[in-house]
Design a protein around this ligand. Structure first.
Ligand code: DLZ
Ligand code: SF4
Length: 510
């Protein structure tokens, strides 16, 4: 007789989650399901698929080592019905549990399908996150301008992180962004300790073969799989980051460099988003600060974890399902074809896409200010930018990718994630990286044979969206600059931008 069947989805790999409250190994069991639908509803990078399946199988092994019963659907089992709905019905029919218990999924689509199933399912709130839904809703309701900065201060005080006894921020400021914008300059980066790598064990090797066999045409390669797939490995990655890279993380947060996909970033979003790591642990490790990192580094990381990450999740659940359809700027072009191949003569994009194809990862500033920026300037359908994120990044889950890609990066939510669009010309990329030095384009030029497409499209974007943004106080400077351009110059820029869009659209697929 089975009392509770605890359903653990691929991004819920924490056996101290609320789903396990009251777990009794004598009466209860665990269900995990590998299903084709989750791997195919959007085609995904091989590294991402192997990461999920390997982490899920390791979680199973860990539970079994604790003498817990685990029912597990392998994706290649002929009996597997291929979807959550199919597998839940199959297992529920076979095991007849009194109740199924599941944490709320990280994807609105999955939540809907659970709710619609005619099964006795209890959905529990996920306390992995530091801001419960009700707290976020209250924050949102109480503030006239519920923006990220305000939310971050609210969370710092609420959690007492980097807060002094008189309720003021440690160091006197809420953030140290002016110290976090260094580039590497001509001399290049200082030595960069690479993230900890883990040799694949027999479970991972089996998964790698499985993914190669079932998804041979998907993006990416699996010969160098070294990602953390267990909780112990995730904790080791965290310790490694705070000891070796946190020190320089703040200063070089916005910098980019050829051949360096990770730089001083934490590379912890994957294990965090699968719940192999808890955000509290990351904050505690960063504030314990074993390397004596400067405050701008520690605060920068804390902001990402308790500010940005929680805000993104709050926005997702607050505004779904309508959020997914948002397209405030009316962007309708497809994602350019080279986003899947890296075959472009724009070196910044070639480099960021190469990082993505090789590692299923690009760091935050490449995502926002190269990959995302180009789509925004070009006018790509925001939901397609989100789909590309889910396709290509090992760490993307719907709740994080939608507000990040569609909101923050594409400004499609009209200002919920950010009060102005993150737009810049090629000059920004030139300042923050070494990419432009070898590129055939010139970031300073918007027209002419060597005009940088970013720069052309930047001015075109400002001109196209003048009615919407010209009065935005945070956009005053770019619009003053645009006003100084002669009408003929603007017309030439817009003609060139139109040609670019035609060419890139003709080449696109999807
Ligand atoms: C991304 C993913 C993939 C590729 N495969 C599975 C799977 O086989 N089983 C599973 O439980 N979850 C998988 N996921 C994650 C889901 O797409 C989705 O993000 C989560 O279920 C949301 O909580
Ligand atoms: Fe990118 Fe333009 Fe710089 Fe080339 S010149 S690397 S396209 S920003």
């Amino acid at each position: 007789m089975l009392r509770h069947l605890i359903v653990v989805l691929g991004d819920q790999l924490d056996d101290e989650s609320a789903a396990f409250d009251g777990f009794d190994a004598k009466q209860d069991a665990i269900l995990q399901m590998e299903v084709r639908e989750e791997a195919t509803y959007i085609p995904q990078h091989k590294l991402r698929l192997a990461f999920f399946f390997s982490a899920m199988r390791h979680f199973r092994a860990m539970q079994e080592s604790k003498h817990r019963r685990v029912f597990y659907s392998r994706i290649d089992d002929p009996a597997n019905r291929g979807s959550f709905a199919g597998e839940l019905s199959r297992w529920a029919g076979a095991l007849l549990p009194q109740r199924l218990i599941v944490l709320e999924p990280g994807d609105w689509r999955v939540r809907q399908l659970l709710v619609k199933l005619n099964l006795p399912i209890e959905i529990r709130e996920d306390r992995h996150f530091l801001c419960p839904h009700a707290t976020f809703a209250a924050f949102y309701g109480e503030h006239r301008h519920p923006v990220l900065g305000t939310f971050y201060r609210f969370m710092r005080r609420r959690l007492g992180v980097l807060i002094e006894s008189d309720n003021t921020p440690t160091g006197g400021a809420w953030n140290y962004d002016p110290q976090n914008r260094a580039s590497f300059g001509r001399q290049g980066p200082p030595p960069i300790p690479s993230p900890k790598r883990f040799a694949p064990d027999s479970t991972t090797i089996e998964v790698v073969h499985l993914v190669e066999r079932l998804f041979p045409g998907n993006p990416g390669r699996l010969d160098g799989f070294t990602l953390p797939v267990t909780r112990d490995q995730a904790l080791a990655s965290l310790a490694d980051f705070v000891t070796h890279r946190l020190y320089n993380f703040g200063k070089y947060q916005d910098a980019m460099h050829t051949g360096e996909p990770v730089l001083f970033h934490s590379h912890l979003s994957g294990p965090l988003n699968l719940h192999l790591l808890r955000p509290r642990e990351v904050v505690e490790a960063a504030t314990a600060n074993p390397s004596g990192a400067p405050l701008n580094s520690v605060e920068g990381l804390v902001r990402q974890i308790i500010g940005w990450r929680e805000f993104v999740r709050g926005v997702y659940w607050h505004f779904m399902p309508d959020y997914a359809d948002a397209n405030a700027l009316g962007a309708e072009l497809p994602v350019p074809r080279f986003y899947w191949t890296g075959e472009t003569d724009m070196l910044c994009l070639a480099e960021a896409i190469r990082h993505t194809i090789d590692h299923a990862y690009a760091h935050h500033i490449e995502r926002l200010m190269v990959l995302g920026l180009f789509c925004l300037l070009l006018g790509v359908r925001p939901y397609d930018v989100h789909r590309w994120h889910i396709s290509m990044f090992w760490d993307a889950i719907d709740w994080v990718s939608l507000p990040n890609a569609l909101g923050m990066s594409q400004h499609a939510d009209g200002g919920i994630m950010g009060t102005k669009p993150y737009v810049a010309s090629g000059n920004y990329i030139n300042r923050m990286s070494d990419y432009c030095r070898r590129c055939r384009y010139n970031p300073r030029n918007a027209t002419g044979h060597d005009a940088c497409p970013f720069t052309t499209l930047y001015w075109d974007f400002l001109a196209r969206h003048e009615p919407r943004f010209a009065k935005n106080r945070r956009m005053t400077y770019p619009y003053q600059h645009l006003a100084r351009k002669k009408p003929g110059e603007i017309a030439a820029i817009r003609r060139r931008a139109d040609r670019l869009k035609e060419r890139l659209t003709a080449e696109a697929f999807l």
